[in-house]
Design a protein around this ligand. Structure first.
Ligand SMILES: [Zn+2]
Length: 220
């Protein structure tokens, strides 16, 4: 199919005793997680509809306040703080649950995509249309904090094509809203859920030959 060089070695051998657990953060599924040698059907997922609804309310309210004829900065700050106060426990609860899931495996290591968000804070991104832009860095940060608390190392990997790439043959499939279809002849994968598939691809990108250190993150 595609001859694009891919940033991974699918099916690489893993160091004895370490289980890379890939975590795909998103919006439809807040989290999809699976070990490198797992399967799509048994991936761990947390649904994100509730947070999406809250985020939509936040963006709408922020826009209204920014369009006001008076200085609304104080109001924006208060509203933002109130909404983050409602959402934050769910974000951290999701992080705790994915860390617990990882702890079911021997020598767990959490593998996250290396998403760059230019270092902008949640507050600076408060009118971002796309809930993903707003939520994903917060979610990744929460996972890193909770992993640190549990003594689980975290590795960041190249995010390119993690959704499109087939977790078995490594070729790029065709992606729809919920699914990815591998069209490689002889590949048994067929059509699978995309977030769960991405979690597997992310886990497989952990290069265990590199030393992994515990990274320290400050609580927010
Ligand atoms: Zn395939």
């Amino acid at each position: 199919m595609s001859s694009t060089p891919l940033p991974t070695t699918v099916g690489q051998r893993h160091s004895v005793g370490v289980t890379p657990v890939g975590v795909d953060v998103g919006v439809k599924n807040l989290i999809a997680a699976a070990p490198a040698d797992g399967d799509v059907e048994s991936a761990f997922t947390i649904e994100g509809g509730h947070i999406r609804t809250r985020h939509e309310a936040l963006v709408e309210a922020m826009r209204a306040l920014q369009g006001a004829k008076f200085d609304s900065t104080e109001g924006q700050i208060q509203l933002f703080a109130a909404l983050w106060h409602q959402i934050r426990p769910q974000v951290y609860d999701a992080a705790v649950r994915v860390v617990r899931y990882a702890q079911e495996f021997a020598g767990p290591m959490l593998v996250l995509e290396d998403l760059s968000f230019c270092g902008a804070s949640l507050w600076e991104r408060r009118t971002a249309d796309d809930v993903g832009t707003w939520l994903l860095p917060a979610l990744q940060h929460a996972i890193a904090v909770k992993a640190r608390d549990a003594g689980i190392p975290v590795k960041h990997v190249d995010p390119k094509y993690t959704t499109q790439q087939c977790h078995v043959c490594g070729e790029l499939g065709s992606v729809s809203q919920d699914a990815v279809e591998c069209t490689t002849e002889d590949c048994p994968v067929g059509t699978v859920s995309r977030d769960e598939s991405a979690a597997l691809s992310i886990a497989q990108r952990a290069n265990l030959a590199e030393p992994t250190e515990l990274t320290y993150y400050a609580d927010d």
